[in-house]
Write a protein that binds this ligand. Structure first.
Ligand code: PSZ
Length: 289
């Protein structure tokens, strides 16, 4: 039996129902998080909870649980579902109210849902790297909020998929922003470069882990906007996300990046990232490096 977390209770998935006038369903009026599970343990849990609360606050949703309560409930959910490797998906919406663009007044309770998804590490892609396409970033100007509204991201990802690629690298004019569901990094003269965390991108938790690893291991980093030309000329390119970790990008729009194989700094960061996972979640059985 599979369990889900709904509004403070852990119940059977088949019994979990949300009203047709939930504002998440109608407007995408809510925010979410995806948390990676290794060895039954949550990786960078505190960072995800902090971002969840921050995203919710930025659209005026007050989560009706403390982070400690959320963390306890997620742990219980993992145990009940016997999840070893996979993800937790969690979302909160503004709640159920008669359809109206204006926020409901009165005591409308936010709808909070969490469930688990089994899933192994994408070892083959992590070893060989993936391909990407370029696409204009047509999203709104608050990409720092992990909003349920993902249409811009979905259209970009679908375009990548139809081109036989794993990811779409988005750009606003000449400036590279981020992937459809990832942050983008380039390596230039041995320096790791990635877009600064402002309103144009999501402040990825994986991105921040990678930046900390660079600092701790004397790998030079620059958090700044970089151009399509710099991407095109990069020695190495990689993306980062909760599920993709440090993923080499070996081809963009059909052109090989660097030597067309995962580069040495990307590989080094993959190793450091695995060590960080093991620090937080215990030894990995399916190691890359
Ligand atoms: O399962 C998946 O494919 C996932 S889990 C998380 C993501 C994809 N993507 C998160 C994300 C994103 O959606 C955008 C637009 N930018 C950056 C990221 C990376 O954020 P973190 O590292 O926090 O997952």
């Amino acid at each position: 039996m599979e369990f889900v977390f709904l509004n403070g209770e852990i119940i059977e998935r088949s019994k979990a129902k949300v009203d047709v006038e939930d504002r998440g369903y109608q407007f995408g009026d809510g925010v979410y998080e995806v948390i990676r599970i290794y060895n039954g343990k949550m990786f960078t849990l505190d960072e995800h909870l902090r971002r969840f609360v921050k995203s919710a606050e930025s659209i005026g949703i007050s989560i009706p649980f403390t982070s400690v309560q959320l963390s306890e409930m997620l742990k219980e959910l993992l145990i009940k579902n016997n999840l070893e490797t996979g993800n937790i998906y969690m979302q909160v919406t503004r709640g159920i109210a008669p359809r109206n663009h204006v926020f409901p007044t009165g005591n409308v309770v936010p709808t909070l849902v969490a469930y688990t998804i089994k899933g192994v590490r994408p070892l083959e892609s992590l070893k060989s790297g993936v391909k990407a396409i370029l696409t204009e970033d047509i999203r709104w100007l608050r990409c720092d909020i992990k909003s349920l509204n993902l249409l811009g991201n979905l259209l970009a990802k679908q375009k990548a998929s139809e081109a036989g690629c794993f990811e779409a690298i988005q750009h606003r004019g000449n400036d590279v922003t981020e992937g459809s569901s990832s942050n983008i990094f380039i390596v230039k003269n041995g320096t790791v470069i990635t877009h600064e965390s402002n309103n144009l991108i999501l402040k990825g938790i994986t991105k921040d882990v990678i930046l900390d690893l660079c600092l701790a291991n004397n790998i030079p980093v620059e958090e700044r906007t970089f151009s399509l030309t710099e991407l095109n000329d990069a020695e190495e390119v990689f993306l980062s996300s909760t599920t993709s970790e440090v993923m080499p990008i070996i081809e963009v729009n059909g052109k090989k990046m660097g030597r067309g194989v995962p580069g040495p700094i990307t590989r080094k960061l993959q190793g450091l990232f695995e060590r960080e996972i093991e620090k937080q979640c215990g030894l990995l059985v399916d190691k890359l490096i």
